[in-house]
Ligand binder design. Sequence first.
Ligand SMILES: *Cc1c(COP(=O)(O)O)cnc(C)c1O
Length: 393
Amino acid sequence: MSDDPINDYYPDTIAVRAGQQRTMEGEHAEPIFPTSSYVFDSAAAAAARFSGEDPGNIYSRFTNPTVRTFEQRLAALEGGERCVAMASGMAAIYATCAGILRQGDHIVSSRSIFGSTVILFNNFLEKFGIGISYVDQTDMQAWSDAVQANTRIFFLETPSNPLTEVADIRALATLAHDHEALLVVDNCFCTPVLQRPLEQGADIVIQSATKYIDGQGRCVGGAVVGSEQLVGTDVYGFLRTAGPSMSPFNAWVFLKGLETLGLRMQRHSHNAMEIAQWLQQQDNVTRIWYPGLESHPQHELAASQMHAFGGIVSFEVSGGKEAAWRLLDATQMLSITANLGDAKTTITHPATTTHGRLTDEERQQAGISDGLIRVAVGLEDVRDIIKDLARGL
Ligand SMILES: *Cc1c(COP(=O)(O)O)cnc(C)c1O
């Protein structure tokens, strides 16, 4: 992609224009190609395709024009050479590990990652002889101490869920590279609009397209972005054989989502900032976690590596679980659900849902108190969101 003139455009233009190749019908919007296979002009043309001499489509588990448009658009937005679309965010994480790691390799991972990723690492990767060490993601010394001779991947999400801890991408990329390891960043909470980890030294970016890239809660999908070798060869090699491929319809929904992503992320961030500032004035709120607030422990780091601070705000109410549940139940508009990245604002009580299967001690260690509430701020008028939160405070 690097020699593609589309990369000379600003991100908002790339989000609307990159990757489209019009067919002879002259359609304005991107077409959906619901086809499992492709036909060849002759036996010789088929042979050339299969041998790799002619690089066209063979079968939609490998490539599909609609999926490719989405991949090229997201690669250009993240600033990566290649993007490979996947059936889900989890498939993207699994395919990255399966494509790159060998038996006996080791991952150093932030402790504050998506719950399913922890289960994937502990229950499935470990079964195939991959070792995992978890560290506090803001503790550089802990990352350094956890490195082993066989460490191949550093893995993190920033800001983390639900406590919005911010990891130093540049410093961790340097540390990983000093040990010949790769830095993999799950960039789901930020999208390339708010943060471009590859520019800051990361080797691979993972997206769950299910969240902000769709942005309206319709489809499940994911993507991996990085170099031609790592993503275009190692991860793609796994995808085309193992088959967690994105469907053309979902790719079309996501690529239309990319066209409005810049506008939406700005509004998510703006609304979240207003809510965080309003929460600061509420007597029953004992603590707020939002990287945009100056009181956030990594506010300056966040300001240096993010363009805005995102849509996730967490806060603690006094009165523990009862007070937290009362607040959730008093809302009339907000959706009580653990999902995020939707136009509709969602509200969650982590201690009894996303983190409900942890023991009391594990929950305490993770900083998930009984009074903690997470709001994934949507695109409604922020005055209505605040009015709804105020009902239960
Ligand atoms: C949702 C999520 C995932 C998994 O994505 P799916 O599309 O649900 O498979 C991975 N990482 C983060 C941070 C997420 O929020």
